[in-house]
Every structure is written in structure tokens, then in C-alpha cells.
Design a protein around this ligand. Structure first.
Ligand SMILES: NC(=O)c1ccc[n+]([C@@H]2O[C@H](COP(=O)([O-])OP(=O)(O)OC[C@H]3O[C@@H](n4cnc5c(N)ncnc54)[C@H](O)[C@@H]3O)[C@@H](O)[C@H]2O)c1
Length: 472
């Protein structure tokens, strides 16, 4: 039934899209193109995508099923990749080799910038100046000078939506954990550890494998510093963003070690990095990304590669974002109760609520995790021990005002739908320019800290990249 409803809604929107009149283009004021108007509220946002490589095609696969956007144009300098994009979206979009031509298309309201990092800024800049809404993959920018330039430009184009591809911000699980942190459920949260470990020896990734042509081949962009921020940009960026979010601020400084020890095939990025971030209130994120082992010591070792652990005085959460195959997981462990604390039900409190609290405290500490997920909060009397614990825990969280939602969808779908929604309603995206810029700055400064072997303060970005400043 639900599926039928979805289908008919989608059909309706498609039909609406089919009779769309030509875009209304308001004449440019003082030479600046007007914002591409998203037409009537019941219509789809018409988008183009620039860069139909690995990520672009992945997003197109998801975009195919998002009702409130419709692909009308694709662009890639690589004909084969452009072809993959066209086949994936399968609705006969216009195609371009030069992104500037795509940007002149009046029926394009919004663009996805899914090109290598070193060209994020020029394309995002040109798209904003052409009046388009922009979804730019992380990291928003590559160089310090681009930080200043994009900030200024985005301020001039503040009515256009500018979202960055940090999908954890759109995960209901991460949002729930953020509420747990903010409501003090984990006590004082001072520490986070995050890792993204992969075994590129036993399980090579085509994205990180050197192709013929070395640095001259743009397909190798990820492994050369002239085009990429390496592991820091591609992996750490997602997780330092989680720390910024949970801790509620950007770091104060970063220090780290990075080296190229194993994958010596001509690349010049590090194949392992270790970073420590200190936040203004004393919180710390310790971080590791290596390329020779994929073990993840969370979730009983059942998931490989990546995850974050958020540690407070009253509890811990292990969390990892999902993908198309594996859903997101979050496990919650309680610390042992304070020695002097006694749990007494408040006068008039329902016995069940008290039992829930007591159950949580009694099974806390090292006694095992509580997965923060289950679909049914009603007790049937048939639950096994763990299931009952989960339900009690979730009911208790709800009693504390933590609104729980299931991770029923890949956060990527949520971020895409939300982008189109924000193009229409003008609201700020969850992963807006501030979030995206803080993330990009963290990547730039982390690499600087490792390259120069020193503690780099985040306020250094204010001077870096300005005329006369030393190059990063
Ligand atoms: N959010 C995420 O989880 C996530 C995951 C993977 C990649 N990404 C990001 O997506 C971006 C793209 O990564 P990818 O893995 O798809 O790389 P890729 O090399 O597979 O694809 C990039 C594509 O851009 C094209 N391109 C390069 N310059 C162009 C230009 N001037 N005009 C038009 N097309 C151009 C290339 O030909 C290629 O097809 C990167 O910034 C990466 O960090 C984000």
C-alpha cells in the first residue's frame, strides 16, 4: 500500500514535470544573473550534474528515486564517464563536455559538483555566479585562498542554496546521538575517537589505485597532492565533521603525523595518518586512517573500516554510517553508576518508568551494549532479554526528550531530498556553507600540521591564503 502511494506520488510529479513551462529568468541586475527560480511548489527542482565519475554516478543512482528533483543535464570531460551517467539516470538528459555550457542552460535550477577536489571551487564559484543552487561534494574547497573567496561569494549569493556532501548530518542515528550528547545522557562528553582503516594491499580500491600516466592522468587525482587532500580530505573530513557537530564547535588546534610507508607507486599522498584535535572546551578527537588493515574494534568487530566512538562520563556511543548494503549502527554502553547514587522513583512516577531506569543502570558499564534501534516500542511480553533492554532504553531516552527515529533510509537519500527541498523553501541546509567550510578548513590545516610537524591553530586560516601570506 505504501509503495502504491509512493508510486502514484512519483507519477504525479513526473507528470507535473512533463508540462513544465520554460524557466522564468528574471533579467540580471547589474550584470549578475538572477537566481534560477524553482518553479511552482509542486514541481521538481531541475538539476544538472558536473562530474559523472564514481560519486556522481552513485548519486545519480539515488537521485533516480528522489521525487522532488529531476535530472535535465549532465557534464563530464570524460566521454566514457559521461556515458555511465546517462545510462544510470536513464531519462535522456542533455550532455556537455564543458561545464560552462551546462551553466548557461536556463532549465537548470541547481547543480551537483561531483568533480575532483581541486576543481570544486572554480566550478562552485561559476555555478553560484550563474544563479544556480549548488550541492558540492565535500570538501567544499581545496586551498586557503578559496576559503576566503567562497565565503565572500556565498555571502553575496545568500539566497541560493549551497550544500556540501556530508551525509552523516542527515542520518537519523547521528541526529539521535547528537540529542543524547546535548541532553547530557552521556554525561560530559570530552573524548571522541574515529578511525577509517582500509586494507589496500589485500583489497585494492580502484579509486586509490594508480592508473597509467601518473600525475598527468586526472583519473589519479586522489593520490597526488596537487589535486587532492589525500586520506584527510577523502575520509577524515566526514569524521572530523562528526566531532565538530558533537562537540558543538570547530577545533582550536590540530597536531599529527602522516607518512607514505607502503603504497610507494609514485603517489605523493600519505598512506597513513594520525591526528589529534583539541577543541576549545578541552575536548579531544583522536583520529587514525591507515591503508594496510581494515579491522574496526567496534560492534564486536562485526563491521570493518570506519566508525566513531563518543565517550562521556556517563556513557559511550559507537556509531557508524551505513551504506547501500549495511544500515547505520549505533551501540550505547553505560558507565558504572556513581558510587553514592541511589535510584528512587519520584513520587507518583509510574513503576514501569522506574524499572526502565533501574534496568539501564544495573546493566551498565562493561556489561554490554544497547543497540539504539528497534522498530517497535510496545512490549508484547514475548521479548528476549536484549530486546527488552533495547525497548526500555529507548523508552527511557524518549522520556528524557531524545526523539528517536529509525534509520529507514540511506542518509544520502535524505541529503538529496533535503537539498531540493531547501532549493524551494530557502531554508539553510543542515550541511550548509559554515559546516562545509569548517570541514574544509580542518582538512587543509590537518595536512599542514602533518607536513610541518607542528601544532596548527585553526585561527591561522584567517591569514593563510591572503595576498602576501606564505603558501600552505
Ligand atoms: N560524500 C561522500 O561520501 C563521497 C564519496 C566519494 C567521493 N566523494 C567526493 O566526490 C568527488 C568526486 O569523486 P569521485 O570518486 O567521483 O572521483 P572520480 O575521479 O571517480 O570522478 C570525477 C569525475 O569528474 C570528471 N571531471 C574532472 N574535471 C572535470 C571538469 N572540469 N568538468 C567536468 N567533469 C570533470 C572526471 O572526468 C570524472 O569523471 C570528490 O570530491 C570526492 O571527494 C564524496
Amino acid at each position: 500500500m505504501a509503495e502504491q502511494t509512493d508510486l502514484s506520488r512519483r507519477d504525479l510529479l513526473k507528470a507535473a514535470g512533463a508540462v513544465t513551462a520554460a524557466a522564468t529568468v528574471v533579467p540580471a541586475i547589474q550584470g549578475a544573473p538572477a537566481i534560477q527560480k524553482v518553479r511552482a511548489a509542486n514541481e521538481q527542482v531541475q538539476f544538472g550534474m558536473i562530474g559523472t565519475g564514481s560519486r556522481g554516478t552513485y548519486l545519480l543512482k539515488h537521485l533516480k528515486n528522489i521525487d522532488n528533483g529531476r535530472c535535465v543535464a549532465l557534464c563530464d570531460i570524460n566521454q566514457e564517464n559521461l556515458g555511465h551517467g546517462v545510462t544510470t539516470i536513464a531519462n535522456n538528459p542533455k550532455t556537455f563536455k564543458d561545464y560552462r555550457e551546462l551553466l548557461t542552460q536556463k532549465d537548470v535550477d541547481a547543480v551537483f559538483v561531483t568533480v575532483p577536489l581541486f576543481v570544486h571551487f572554480p566550478i562552485t564559484r561559476d555555478a553560484l555566479m550563474a544563479g544556480k543552487h549548488v550541492f558540492c561534494e565535500k570538501c567544499l574547497v581545496f586551498k586557503p585562498e578559496e576559503v576566503h573567496a567562497l565565503r565572500a561569494l556565498a555571502a553575496e549569493h545568500s539566497k541560493q542554496t549551497l550544500q556540501t556532501g556530508l551525509q552523516r548530518r542527515y542520518s537519523y542515528f547521528y541526529q539521535t546521538v547528537k540529542q543524547m550528547v546535548d541532553k547530557g545522557i552521556l554525561g560530559d562528553v570530552h573524548h571522541m575517537h574515529a578511525q577509517w582503516h582500509r586494507n589496500m594491499i589485500n583489497k585494492p580500491s580502484s579509486l586509490w589505485t594508480m592508473k597509467p600516466g601518473g600525475e598527468g592522468n586526472i583519473a589519479n587525482w586522489r593520490v597526488f597532492r596537487s589535486m587532492s587532500g589525500g586520506l584527510t580530505a577523502e575520509l577524515t573530513s566526514h569524521q572530523v565533521d562528526v566531532a565538530d557537530w558533537m562537540f558543538g564547535s570547530e577545533p582550536e588546534f590540530v597536531m599529527g603525523l602522516g607518512s607514505l610507508d607502503t603504497l610507494k607507486d609514485g603517489r605523493d599522498i600519505n598512506d597513513n595518518i594520525q591526528l589529534i584535535y583539541k577543541y576549545p572546551k578541552g575536548q579531544k578527537l583522536t583520529y587514525s586512517s591507515i591503508s594496510t588493515n581494515q579491522f574496526l574494534p567496534y560492534f564486536d568487530g562485526n563491521r570493518p573500516e570506519m566508525g566513531e566512538i563518543i565517550m562521556g562520563t556517563d556513557g559511550t556511543v559507537e556509531i557508524t554510517v551505513g551504506d547501500d548494503v549495511h544500515p547505520a549502527i549505533a551501540w550505547w554502553y553505560r558507565e558504572p553508576p556513581k558510587a553514592a547514587a541511589t535510584v528512587t522513583p519520584a513520587a507518583g512516577q509510574k513503576k514501569e518508568t522506574f524499572v526502565a531506569g533501574a534496568t539501564m543502570v544495573a546493566s551498565g558499564g562493561a556489561n554490554g551494549p544497547i543497540p539504539i534501534m528497534t522498530s517497535d516500542l510496545q512490549f508484547t511480553g514475548q521479548e528476549g532479554f536484549l530486546n527488552r533492554e533495547v525497548k526500555f532504553a529507548r523508552r527511557w531516552l524518549m522520556a528524557k526528550g531524545v526523539m528517536l527515529q529509525e534509520e529507514q533510509r540511506n542518509p544520502v537519500d535524505v541529503e538529496l531530498e533535503s537539498f531540493f527541498q531547501n532549493c524551494r523553501d530557502g531554508k539553510r541546509p543542515l550541511a550548509d556553507i559554515e559546516v562545509g567550510m569548517a570541514d574544509a578548513v580542518a582538512v587543509i590545516l590537518s595536512n599542514l600540521a602533518m607536513d610541518e610537524g607542528r601544532k596548527v591553530y585553526f585561527n591561522e586560516i584567517d591569514k593563510l591564503g591572503l595576498p602576501g601570506a606564505k603558501k600552505s
